[in-house]
Each structure stands twice: as structure tokens, then as C-alpha cells.
Design a protein around this ligand. Structure first.
Ligand SMILES: [Zn+2]
Length: 285
């Protein structure tokens, strides 16, 4: 295992000097889903060290819920991550190459390959850094503790994190599928958010850390989703507590974004400041 980690770190040092920022659209196909983005232009090594993002958190927050790629396509870009589905039909957790859909009724299903995705972040997970977490009594304490690890390892990288354990408290939300015309996400959640509270639940947290310069494309800081070990419960985490767990972090130097050539997407004003709405939808505040 140690050998693998060392090789990975060397790989990162080599690639870090040429951090890539790629923008893609599905213009080749002119098709909302099923675009030809499976071809890795970044090269094999880089593609595994890439945070692949579908659209922007800002487009989702403004109410662009149309799927841009299929679940099948998303899986070509990572085995671990978070996101949502067309019509914000549930919270996405990608773990060990499987894409789970935590629905607004509190159930979880494996997403169909043909299901489509309006927003997601995935990567091929390889643990670079581990951190022991103890006595975490809130989201704030989880974020503060993980922030220390990020500060120690480089705050301007992306990190995907997995935290497996038994959680004393796990408070999650999902939402009901939206129908057109779509409302903005904060408005949709005002009526259609559903919350679920679990105690003593074994499972895995999958989270993404975005550096602080990512405010225009995503949200700086942490965003966590949860799935239970028995794959029957999950969602976007609003609060939690646990006594101890181990976090594994994948430090990732490349970023790749998949946009849409759809007319409605192209008409959006994506520089519009939706920070307050993002904070509200992410944290319930
Ligand atoms: Zn979420």
C-alpha cells in the first residue's frame, strides 16, 4: 500500500506543475445526454487525478435541472463523488463505482444507467492522506477538523473525502422530483425538501472540498453526502455527530468541467451572484 501512495505522490508532483483546467461541451452530438465525452483528452494518469464536474452549482441553484450526461457516462469519469439527477430527483452518492440515488421519500436505489445528471463532481478515488477524526459533534467541527488536514497538505487543491464509520447522529435531506417549469433550487427546497434523522447508523460520508477560488463554479469548502452500509438510507448531510472515524482524502490537482450546448443553458446568466441561495440550499441556513 505504501508503495502505491508514494508512486501517487510522485505522480502528483509531476502533474501539479501543469494543473489543467478543461472545458467541454456536448456540442459534438448536439444531444442533451449521451455525449461523446468518454474519450479522455487529459491522458490516463491525469484523468484519474481529475475532479470531473458536470455543469455548475450556480446553474443548478438557478434551476437548470435538465440532465447533461447520463449516469453511464458519468461513471467513465470517476468511481466516487456526489451530485443530483434530472429534476433534482434525489441526492447522488457515487461510491465504489456505483451511483446511488437517495430519493425524496427516504429510500435509496441504484440509479439507472440512462438516468441523467444536471450537476455532479466525481473522481477516481485514491487515498493520499488519512486523518483520524474524534469527537465530532457537528458539521462545523467536522469542517474545522478536515480544514486542518487541507491546510497541512495544500489548500489550493481539490480533495475528495471518504469517511466510513458508525455515526451517532446523521441528519440528511433529499427532495422531491421537480417538474417543469423549474423553480430555483432554494424555492423548490422551501416546499419539497424532505429531512431524515438517523441514529447509530453505519455508513460512508462522501465529500468534496473546493478551494476558495471556486466560488464562481461551485462552492468553496466542504459538501457532504451520506449512504448507509446497507444502501437503504442516504442524502445531503445537514448535521451529524460521531465519536471516531477515519477520513481518507484524495488530493486532486486537475479540474474538468462538462457544459451543455442546450439553448436554455446558454441563455443563463451564470455570473449572477447566487451565493446566498447556495448557502441556503447547502446548509438550510
Ligand atoms: Zn448535496
Amino acid at each position: 500500500m505504501k508503495k502505491i501512495v508514494c508512486a501517487l505522490l510522485v505522480g502528483m508532483m509531476l502533474t501539479a506543475s501543469a494543473c489543467s483546467f478543461q472545458v467541454r461541451t456536448n456540442i459534438e452530438t448536439g444531444d442533451g445526454a449521451g455525449s461523446q465525452t468518454g474519450e479522455q483528452t487529459a491522458g490516463q494518469t491525469n484523468s484519474r487525478e481529475t475532479i470531473y464536474q458536470v455543469a455548475l452549482l450556480q446553474s443548478l441553484t438557478q434551476g437548470y435541472y435538465d440532465g447533461i450526461i447520463t449516469v453511464s457516462e458519468l461513471k467513465k469519469h470517476g468511481d466516487t463523488g456526489i451530485g443530483t439527477f434530472e429534476g433534482v430527483n434525489g441526492e447522488m452518492v457515487v461510491l465504489e463505482g456505483k451511483v446511488y440515488q437517495a430519493l425524496g421519500d427516504g429510500t435509496v436505489q441504484e440509479a439507472a444507467e440512462s438516468e441523467t445528471v444536471p450537476f455532479s463532481n466525481v473522481t477516481f478515488f485514491e487515498s493520499d492522506v488519512a486523518a483520524d477524526l474524534t469527537n465530532i459533534d457537528s458539521m462545523a467541527s467536522l469542517k474545522t477538523t478536515l480544514d486542518k488536514t487541507v491546510q497541512d497538505n495544500g489548500k489550493n487543491m481539490f480533495y475528495m473525502v471518504k469517511i466510513g464509520g458508525t455515526f451517532d447522529k446523521m441528519f440528511v435531506r433529499s427532495e422531491l422530483k421537480q417538474n417543469k417549469p423549474y423553480r430555483s433550487l432554494d424555492k423548490a427546497l422551501e416546499t419539497d425538501q424532505r429531512e431524515f434523522s438517523y441514529e447509530n447508523i453505519a455508513g460512508t460520508i462522501v465529500g468534496l472540498y473546493c478551494p476558495d477560488y471556486m466560488g464562481g463554479l461551485n462552492a468553496p469548502g466542504w459538501h457532504f453526502h451520506f449512504i448507509s452500509d446497507d444502501r437503504t438510507k442516504g442524502g445531503h448531510i445537514l448535521d451529524l455527530s460521531f465519536r471516531e472515524a477515519k477520513a481518507e482524502l484524495d488530493m486532486t490537482p486537475h479540474f474538468d468541467i462538462q457544459l451543455s450546448d442546450d439553448t436554455n443553458f446558454q441563455k443563463m446568466e451564470l455570473a449572477k451572484d447566487v451565493d446566498a441561495a447556495i448557502k441556503k440550499v447547502e446548509t438550510n441556513e
